[in-house]
Design a protein around this ligand. Sequence first.
Ligand code: FAD
Length: 305
Amino acid sequence: MSLPLPPPPSYPALSYELFPPRSTQAEDSLWRTIRALEDTRPDFVSVTYGASGSNRDTAVGLLKRLLNETSLKPLAHLTCVGNSRDYLMELVDELISSGVRGILALRGDQPRDSTLPEGELHHANELVELIRRVERLRTAHLCAGKVAVGVAAYSTKHPESPSLEHDIEVLLAKQAAGADFAITQVYFAPEQYSRLLRTARRAGVAIPIIPGVIPFTSVRRLERLSELAGVEIDAPLMDRLKNADDDAGRRRIGVRATVDLAHAALDDGAPGIHIYTFNEHAAALDVLDRLELSRPPAVGLSQSA
Ligand code: FAD
């Protein structure tokens, strides 16, 4: 006999993606964004990590500042491409020692420079296993608690994958390795996320799959993203953005499209919304505002008598 499922949480999870700053000026602007996003009380903020660990120090530095100077809970992205097992184990250990309790385990994009070392782990599921191994070694320090391990999922086929079915097999392997949840790559059409959820559940993927959405407000950024992530851009949306009268009009169109996408995902049963911010808060907050996401009440100190 199967036990009844617990009731779902009464509000969806909210999270944002940030990337480590590349200059002092970018850092100042990022911290204005962090403070603005903090006010919306997200469940976590994720911090990207360069493939091969190219920005390790700035990424770890930002994670530590988030832990020490804000109320935010960081999710550290970690890529395994180009690195040895020992290097990755030492880094996971450093993250746990710093207080990080969430890691997004990724392979990372293959370097274009073929002279760079290949690394010892070839796929993200192996990194999930490695994180779990370090976690077991650290059980006492974690008070027998756990690190939440997330992985990437794809609403449209991963560019290197032979098929959508293969992507689901890969997601199953990540779950079997110990992943707790997944966040999707950017996508444009509601049915792409619905299909991912449906086929993943049918195949036995039980972990939450959080849709990752980007504020569709910049034509240049969408073009660049499509190039980098291999995701085909929605042509009618692109036309509407390009034909907008001005920036304000473009922003209205883009925010509306993002909100529609997020609403459709929530209607399909998405457990939350992850917003790719590109380190800018204005468009992300516009999306959040129009999304009217129910949020838990603020937990504050009670008034002293
Ligand atoms: P994998 O799951 O290893 O998949 C890579 C390819 O190998 C896929 O084609 C898959 O089908 C195939 N594959 C996987 N496992 C197997 C297997 N066992 N046998 C055979 N084939 C297999 N990149 C960064 O560099 N830094 C970041 O911070 C970052 N953050 C991201 C956050 C999110 C939410 C997402 C969705 C992506 C992010 N990426 C980031 C990009 C990501 O690194 C790339 O999409 C990368 O190409 C694949 O990463 P993965 O973890 O899905 O790899």
